[in-house]
Design a protein around this ligand. Sequence first.
Ligand code: CAA
Length: 707
Amino acid sequence: MKDNVSGLVVIETEGEIGLIRLAKPPVNAIGLALRTAIYEGFKTLQKDPAVRAIVLYGEGRFFSAGADIKDFGKADIQPTLPHILKALNDSEKPVIVALHGVAFGGALEVALATHLRVGVGDLRIGLPEVKLGLLPGAGGAQRLPRLSGLAGAIDIICSGRDVSAREALDLGILDRLAEGAPREAGIIAARDVLAGKLAARRTDTRDVAEDLAAVKAAKARLKAKRPALQAPLTALEAVCAATLPIDEGLAKERALFMELMAGEERAALVHAFFAERATVDIPEKAAHPRQIDRIAVIGGGTMGVGIATSLLIGGYHVDLIEAQSERVAQARAGVESNLAGALKRGKLTEQAHDAALAALDCADSLDAAGRADLVIEAIFEDMSAKTALFTKLDTICKPGAILATNTSYLDVNEIAAATKRPQDVIGLHFFSPAHIMRLIEVVVAKETAPDCVASAFALARKLGKVPVRAEVCDGFIGNRILTQYRRAADYLLLDGASFTEIDGALEDFGFAMGPFAVSDLAGLDIAKATRDRKAATRPAEERYSRVADLICDQGWFGRKTGQGYYVYEGGKQQGGNPGAFEIVAAERRALNLPKRSFTSEEIVSRCLTAMIAEAVRVLEEGIALRPVDIDAVELFGYGFPRHRGGPMHQADLIGPAELIRRIELYANDDPQFWQVPHLLRDMAREGRSFADLNGALTGHVTKGSTK
Ligand code: CAA
């Protein structure tokens, strides 16, 4: 017998064994249709008197990635997963599952409700719900502890981490490891169960011992490490319910799950999940990427070294070119140290580490660029130095080679014009440390060829990065928004909030560090150099805070000099710098500014509103394709708290009318800085949200002035 119910599962029998194969590409996500198909298939096999055991397995790369995340927030429709899993658990016929690839979330919950679990090949399992602002709500928080014990389950569920098949076996989550095809592994296990060689058992019949020490330690850890997050602590509460009788535990778990499902944290984290994947939808996606094997990176500073490391980890051959011969060895040492770090953190195997080292050549001559399929320039931010370099590269590089600049704000059109091949020139803006940060802004200049853009996206994906398409403007997407965020913080400081209050408010909102702590880390001298360069073009009417310049005048450049906004000892922050407090107070006196007080809420609102207003201008001008691309930039390049979803997601929560009200209110202080973008007024009038704008490419919405 073979039956394909709704094209989603295949039901067949092999002797006494009934088989259910999940067949919903690409990841067998368990939405309503697949749920229903599994349940119908299961009932069919239950009724078949010839079937004595039932095997579940998946086709494709994975058993299943879990519940269909696109369904979140929709009404529960029968048969729900808990309902189906109860039926699996209660089955008189043994139910066996053979897992391969991944079994995450709801998929693992399916497995936990069966009577025997086989892990095939290099399977990874996990309950990553907390990463989506949820907890396992289909019995996972009750059944996992019944197999692994309370402490093991708390660790897995509250962290959401992946677990290897070997570890899962050791923890008692899996009953057997196997190699080969999941179908055969499942059949062999089912036969062994029927022959009495392998014990199959209902998970629900097992007991869970209390473990007060593990619960207490987990609670303290979560509160210290992730105080802003609701899901991990709620998940802990759900796991603790596993010591109750199973029906009570299941009911409690489901109630907590539904609470989280309705919450903002869940919505933001799901938005972030899709944002990470949405940015590859670009106008150039049909173009065929060029072949890239060998890459030259020019510039052996921090950026060049980080980029080279990232490319080597991605499996490319890299020529790292540093013009100052005395600095070549230092550049190589930098890459070696980064690779050693990646090996230590388990990001690279020993073999991959050695292969990466062998694929690195360092030189002081540009000649090596002649062999490259892609050249990435990472020298200092100076237009004349960059144009001179690109003119040279034009003569050295082979036809069809892509010439990329890592500039963070300079005009890529001007750089392209320094060559006779502007169609091959593109911006690849990596973020420091480039081998760790996932964002790459792919800056498309006027004449950049579509296949050049497609190649940049293909490269970024191969590196495991999040590429976001940006058009040319000063600062592209991210640095443009950062500038306004920083200005809002600087104005708050002048107007009366202290830098510790501002940092504290934004850290409570979820940023790992507030803007002043970040400045200290990045080096106050670096930002000063940028300000000095731009001084000549700064509009005369723009409000300018001299505080950072005055701190630099003291020789305080932040963490590296032991003092900045904060004082540091042995690299550890010791609190606000009294000298910096005094500089701020003196500057207020000099400007005759009254010291106003701001609540944390208003501090966050002003900084966030400034970001949102600039993000809307970035959209209006077509610099970013969609709101979701802006969120991806902020989440993966600028440390915007993931559980807040990004500035555009926040903008939808606040709503255009309220944003306009806030901007108009703040404009009483500074009408030059606080201006309402046209698009925001249009959206308020038409009742549109930024999520609505994500549906189609929205670039060039209303090209032109926004003021
Ligand atoms: N639901 C819906 N779509 C999913 C999905 C899911 N659970 N998991 C992946 N997808 C989609 C992705 O959005 C992507 O779609 P597009 O091609 O349209 O962008 C496609 O499947 C392929 O995914 P990836 O690009 O991520 O492929 P990958 O090979 O790099 O990674 C993966 C595969 C490891 C499974 C990864 O996608 C992943 O980790 N997925 C999320 C798993 C997860 O969090 N599951 C738990 C869900 S919550 C739950 O299950 C409990 C519950 O009952 C509510």
